[in-house]
Design a binder for this molecule. Structure first.
Ligand code: NAD
Length: 360
């Protein structure tokens, strides 16, 4: 099947392939939609087995960014970039600057930030070649690592889910299982312990989990067991696809609220989860904290204003859950509907020209 016919293509506006033989850079930048504003989405550095895998991933991730920004109420479209390679060995100043120049050639239609395999120091190097990068370190006037903001948003989403399911947003005493305790997961675990949750964790990288066990006294289980933990909330915070035909029948949670992008391996998994009586709060609604945080950089970053903006994840999650209940669809479908409704209503606002030099 060709690119244009692939399911993951899903109406993309533009796909850019970039390479720099000197540094070994091979990148794909996917601009899914600029209907609501510039396409913002992080750069994923990952050793994909094939170029097809990389293309499929970037297309799926870019579409999710369109939905994420729309539900979060931001003036942003959706995009994403992947770099094919090993983030531990293949990064260099040359690679980042060549990449920055490719981004700059898109003249602001795509804005990048960090994602799996990249960090705010990488963003600082990219900034030397283009201003279309967010999430640079704080001393550079940026918002730094977005992970604490993402974790803050997840707590808000969990409170919204608790209110919806149990009639109160207090998380104290709730049992939460966290799959993956990297940048977001570890921050989330600390916040959960702070508010009085009982936390169970798992990570393929044992030292990451052991650190939290030693420091916080949380319980560690095997990576194969974590999805089966009897708990109130399961938080998938590793890579995508954790919820699939093999894992959904084994789930023993009451709700799912996690940071990983594209948690559902296939669209039909949302229905299978609902049939099991489990509430799945859509990933692109609940993990928007980091995006909201970097978005604040576009108007001059201020931490208090950013926190206030991130806390809107509570209301955004509630609106999606209530829409699902009212219309009788899964929360996943309700979130897509909320996003598309906003894109329809606000996206064509640009028919009203503001001034002669208005590019939007
Ligand atoms: P990370 O790489 O720091 O952490 C991921 C962790 O998951 C690692 O510790 C890794 O060892 C672990 N892991 C991988 N496979 C696993 C498995 N099968 N079982 C258990 N653990 C496993 O990444 P992160 O920045 O914490 O992001 C986590 C997820 O959240 C990603 O999917 C990312 O796209 C998404 N996300 C992150 C942010 C952010 O602000 N960093 C924002 C939105 C979404």
């Amino acid at each position: 099947m060709g690119v244009f016919d692939a399911d993951s293509f899903a109406g993309h506006e533009e796909i850019v392939f970039g390479a720099d033989p000197v540094s070994g850079l091979r990148t794909i930048i996917a601009i899914h939609s600029t209907a609501l504003g510039p396409a913002l989405g992080g750069t994923r550095f990952f050793p994909y087995d094939t170029e097809d895998d990389a293309l499929d991933d970037v297309l799926r991730l870019a579409r999710a960014m369109t939905l994420k920004s729309a539900v979060a109420g931001l003036d942003l479209g959706g995009g994403k970039a992947v770099i094919i390679g090993d983030s531990r060995t293949d990064k260099s100043e040359r690679l980042w600057r060549a990449y920055g120049r490719i981004i700059d050639s898109l003249q602001g239609r795509y804005i990048t930030a960090e994602d799996v395999g990249t960090n705010h120091f990488d963003m600082e190097v990219i900034r030397r070649e283009t201003r279309w990068v967010l999430g640079v370190p704080e001393p550079e006037g940026g918002s730094g690592d977005p992970s604490p903001a993402t974790a803050r948003g997840l707590i808000n989403a969990m409170r919204a889910v608790a209110e919806h399911l149990w009639g109160g947003g207090d998380l104290a005493g709730r049992r939460v299982a966290v799959q993956g305790v990297g940048k977001v997961g570890s921050n989330l675990v600390r916040r959960l312990v702070d508010v009085g949750c009982e936390v169970v964790i798992a990570d393929v990288y044992a030292p990451a989990a052991e650190l939290l066990v030693d420091e916080l006294g949380v319980k560690q289980v095997g990576v194969d067991e974590v999805l089966e933990v009897d708990c109130d909330i399961l938080a998938p915070c590793s890579l995508g696809g954790a919820l699939n035909a093999a894992t959904v029948p084994r789930l023993a949670c009451r709700a799912i609220v996690g940071s990983a992008n594209n948690q559902l391996a296939a669209d039909e998994d949302a229905a299978a989860i609902a049939t099991r009586g489990i509430l799945y709060a859509p990933d692109f609604v609940v993990n928007a904290g980091g995006l909201i945080n970097v978005y604040e950089e576009l108007r001059g970053y201020e931490v208090e204003r950013a926190r206030h903006a991130i806390d809107k994840v509570f209301a955004n999650t509630k609106r999606v859950l209530e829409t699902a209940q009212r219309t009788g669809v899964t929360p996943q479908q309700a979130a897509v509907d909320v996003a598309q409704d906003r894109i329809r209503k606000i996206g064509n606002l640009r028919l009203f020209r503001r001034s002669g030099d208005d590019r939007n």
